[in-house]
Design a protein. Structure first.
Length: 287
């Protein structure tokens, strides 16, 4: 039974690689897989490809490094495209506050590595989704079959409280999301189907199956017209449009684009390859 639980959680971590696009931190480079390409590279804020496609998988830059996959192993590159941590990990997630969750191949559990690739929190915790990223000094992990919070020393933290971003925290009522201030008063009433914390003055929300961006008044600044969306980072946000690949088997695929705060495309989804996952996974994180 224990082995089965670990297998399920390991699969969940693999799935979460595409779910963790939301927490990027400010970056100047953004991953793309151009149409007709099997590899990922990185574009700059003008839409120009500056790191040529050569990775089997790639995530946005976070905390100065980007998680990439090459030859079935994960490592981290800097913004010049050079490896800061050479690929040696079977599974990993992006850096946040100087630490990144990673799997220890010896026991298939997870710990946290620093930017030298060294495990600094030993392998007692199993990560299953982006709750494992550190935010304001705490991360949520599984230990002894239950969720707990830990600090950067690996010690358990009791009742860490809500996490505020730009003065507001998410709160759900009857499965609808809104935003409260530090007094717990709703500033934006809970009426969204899904929402992410504010970033650079805007927040991703979903209504009627479409994603857009609101300001702190709760009004849409960028209308909900996307099938998936992530938070703004460096003035740019990653979005997805559901498409049908005429060369593939029947089904819906996702094409990735990037927008500015005006809502205009910097990288049109039509320039991207078809991705075999739902656009709703873009920016998804467990809150």
């Amino acid at each position: 039974m224990k082995k089965l639980c670990l297998a399920i959680l390991t699969l969940a971590l693999v799935f979460s690689l595409k779910n963790s696009w939301g927490d990027t931190g400010e970056s100047k480079l953004f991953p793309v897989r151009p149409a007709q390409s099997a590899k990922y590279g990185y574009m700059d804020s003008s839409g120009k490809i500056v790191i040529q496609p050569r990775f089997d998988d790639a995530l946005p830059f976070s905390d100065g490094l980007a998680l990439v996959k090459q030859n079935d192993k994960f490592g981290f590159i800097d913004e010049t495209g050079k490896f800061a941590i050479k690929p040696f990990l079977t599974l990993a997630q992006s850096f946040s506050e100087g630490l990144a969750p990673a799997q220890d191949d010896a026991n298939h559990l997870y710990g946290y590595i620093n930017k030298k690739g060294q495990f600094v929190i030993k392998h007692f915790y199993v990560q299953s989704d982006s709750r494992g990223s550190f935010k304001h000094g705490v991360a949520q992990v599984i230990f002894n079959h239950k969720w707990i919070y830990i600090d950067k020393s690996g010690k358990e933290v009791r009742n860490p409280g809500p996490i505020y971003a730009e003065g507001l925290a998410l709160k759900a009522v009857d499965r609808k999301w809104g935003y409260v201030n530090k007094r717990g008063t709703f500033i934006i009433k809970p009426h969204f189907d899904y929402a992410l914390p504010f970033s650079e003055g805007l927040a991703v929300v979903s209504q009627n199956g479409k994603y857009g961006y609101i300001g702190k008044t709760g009004k849409f600044v960028i209308a909900p017209r996307f099938d998936g969306a992530a938070k703004f980072s460096g003035g740019i946000a990653r979005v997805g449009i559901e498409s049908h690949d005429p060369l593939a088997s029947p089904g819906t695929f996702c094409r990735i684009g990037y927008i500015s705060k005006s809502g205009d495309y910097i990288w049109d989804p039509k320039k991207s390859a078809f991705e075999p996952f739902s656009c709703e996974q873009i920016g998804r994180q467990t809150l």
